[in-house]
Design a protein around this ligand. Sequence first.
Ligand SMILES: [Zn+2]
Length: 423
Amino acid sequence: MRLVPRVVVLCLLLGGAGACTADARPSRPEAVDPLGADEVRSEAVRLVAEREAALVAGDRDTFLATVDDDALQFVATQARWFDNLAAMPVGDLRLELAGEGSAGDEDVEDDDDEEGELHLPVDFTMRLDGFEQRSVTQRLLYTFRQVDGEVVLVDDRDAEGDRRAGWLPDPWDVAHVVVRESGPILGLFDEETEPYATAVMSDLRASRRTVLAALPDWSGKVVAYDISDLTALEERTPMDVRETGGVAYPVPVRPGSRTVAAHRFVVNPAVAHDGLQREFLLRHELTHVALASRDDSSPRWLTEGAAEYVSRSHLPAEQQRLMAAYVLAYLGDPAPVLTDGLGFYADADASYALAAVMCTYLVATRGTQVLWDLMDAFTAARLRAGQAGPLTAPQVDAVLLRQVGLDQRGLALAAVAWAAAGG
Ligand SMILES: [Zn+2]
């Protein structure tokens, strides 16, 4: 993630509820005999298949005909969701009843409750075609109700289950998305951020070239979100959302899985729409995307410092050193102390600045490859130690001494002295 260098105004836009366009249900002349539980269940199963076929075929009317048209809000969000998927490059669309006996199923209800509703867990799968190799599956909870002898869907989520699973909405779940594709870049915007889409896409293309120069093995494929709903950003940043320029994050193939389908990133519109900050922010986040899991075992100063370094790597080396000297002089601490873990973000200004200076110094004295070699060495050390958690400070020091001849403290001091001598 990237720190915003100065306070930005939080721009939280509360979206409208959307149009309620349901037709009045045609009145039925006579009462209809209610269906039995087995009939309701088999009808619900048929509706799941019908919805999947309609999604794949792009048949909006059939898809919406499965929804209770008295549930006005739900009809509106279902229509928006369908339209979003239709506008996006999606493949491998599937809606499947969650298999009995598979992991996590014990959490989900599959029964008639006291109100005569039927709850069925359904797995929704899709892939962002052309941008990501793997599909992503999420668990939905369909609620069916019998209305005038007809089975219809009245809800597709379970707030409690979503909270337990740590589910965070994607743009297509919370907004009417505006889709922009440019070669290997997929940008998702909403109606509020659309006016900035052209500028953001243009800077994404330029930023991608800079990051590819530093990390030539990267596929260069990017999925980026720039939307007004800040929930996904807020829940993923350890900092105040106003201080957060953006966050890159792994997307598991299904909630709780350790298998990663892709790395995506979300930007804070208040920062991404500021022309001065945007390019640095995009290069920083794209570096996280390009590195994917490669820096997962690295200390925080290396993951954030490397991203900061790449965000300035288009500048001449002298200017990079001047920037380092300037920032250190501004912070005014001749012997700054490194903090790893979440403590890194407690004094984020100082931490990001020191991390950037350390990585810029390493590259200036040893070449860009030193950063990626260090990340690989930390990964190997953690594998050798067979530990699930992060490396301890002594373990980090041992790797660093072997790779560059300095421990963390020595590296910080050397980097600060190098920057000061150049400024
Ligand atoms: Zn970052």
